[in-house]
Design a protein around this ligand. Structure first.
Ligand code: ATP
Length: 249
C-alpha cells in the first residue's frame, strides 16, 4: 500500500493543503494521506501557534468525508513529550513502525518548505527513508531543487546552472533517493492569509477552509485578536488571545 505523510502547522488547514493531498493521491496511487499537524515544529520555535488541539480539530473537520485523507496524532504533544521538538526523521521512523515492510512511504511537502531541507535534522537519511513528493509552484525550477539538496547530494554548480532553466516537474532520481515533483497544484492561499481574514472578521473563510472549519473558527473566536492583520508574511504567526490555561507552551 502507498501511504503518505503530510506534515504542517495547519494553522488552519485550508483548501491548498487538500488540493495538494488529492493531487498526490491521484498521481501516485496513494491509499492513505496522513495529515500530521505538528505540536512543536522546530522551524517555528519562538512563534505563537494556535494550540495543537484546535489545529487537530480543524484538520479532522476538514478531512471528514474525504476518502483516504486521515488526521494523524504522530506529532501530538503526547507523542513528543514535554519540550520535545517534532523532527520529520523521527516522525517518519515512528510511522514506519506501524506499516508493513511492503508499504511504500511518501512525504508530501510544498516547494517553499522543501527549500529549507538542508537545515533539517538528518536530511540525507530522511531522503532515503521516504519518497518526497514536492508540490511545485510556477516560477520554481529544477535548479531550486538541486540547490536545496544537502551538500553531499548537491549537483555541481555547472549542472545546477542548466537545471535552473528547467521547470520543476518530473522526478529527481539519485542512488537510493527519489523526489517526485507534483506540478502546479498550488492554490493561491496560505494559512497566514486566512488568519488575517479571520482577524478582520469580514473575510469569507468558507471559500478558503470549507464550511465546517470556517464555522469552528467563528464559534471558537480563533485568530480574533489578530493585531497583525495587515501582515501577509508566510512565516509570521499571528498571536491569538485565549484564556491562560488554554495556551500551549
Ligand atoms: P503559514 O501561512 O502559516 O506559513 P501555510 O499555509 O504555508 O502556513 P503550513 O501548515 O505551514 O501552511 O503548510 C504545510 C505544507 O503545505 C507545507 O509544506 C507548505 O509548503 C504546503 N502548502 C501550504 N500552502 C500551500 C498551497 N497553497 N499550495 C501548495 N502547498 C502549500
Amino acid at each position: 500500500m502507498n501511504v503518505a505523510l503530510f506534515g504542517g502547522t495547519f494553522d488552519p488547514i485550508h483548501r491548498g493543503h487538500l488540493a495538494v493531498a488529492k493531487a498526490a493521491q491521484q498521481e501516485y496511487g496513494i491509499k492513505q494521506v496522513l495529515f500530521v499537524p505538528s505540536s512543536s515544529p522546530p522551524h517555528k520555535r519562538g512563534q505563537t501557534l494556535t494550540p495543537f488541539i484546535h489545529r487537530y480539530a480543524m484538520v479532522s473537520l476538514a478531512l471528514s468525508g474525504e476518502e483516504g485523507l486521515i488526521p494523524s496524532l504522530l506529532e501530538s504533544p503526547e507523542q513528543l513529550g514535554e519540550g520535545g521538538a517534532a523532527y520529520s526523521i523521527d516522525t517518519v521512523r515512528r510511522a514506519r513502525t506501524e506499516l508493513k515492510r511492503s508499504d511504500r512511504l511518501f512525504f508530501i511537502i510544498g516547494i517553499d518548505a522543501f527549500l529549507d531541507l538542508p537545515k533539517w535534522r538528518e536530511p540525507v537519511p530522511l531522503l532515503r527513508e521516504v519518497e518526497f513528493i514536492v508540490a511545485s509552484r510556477p516560477g520554481y525550477s529544477l535548479g531550486d531543487i538541486g540547490d536545496a539538496l544537502p551538500e553531499s547530494l548537491r549537483p555541481p554548480e555547472p549542472v545546477r546552472r542548466v537545471l535552473r532553466k528547467q521547470a520543476a516537474k518530473g522526478q529527481v532520481v539519485l542512488p537510493g533517493i527519489t523526489i517526485h515533483l507534483l506540478p502546479d497544484v498550488s492554490e493561491r492561499v496560505s494559512a497566514t492569509q486566512i488568519r488575517n481574514a479571520a482577524a478582520r472578521r469580514g473575510g469569507h473563510l468558507e471559500k478558503l477552509v470549507g464550511a465546517p472549519v470556517a464555522e469552528y473558527i467563528r464559534k471558537t473566536g480563533l485568530y480574533r485578536s489578530g493585531v497583525e492583520a495587515k501582515s501577509e508574511k508566510r512565516d509570521k504567526v499571528v498571536p491569538i488571545a485565549l484564556p491562560k490555561r488554554q495556551q500551549s507552551s
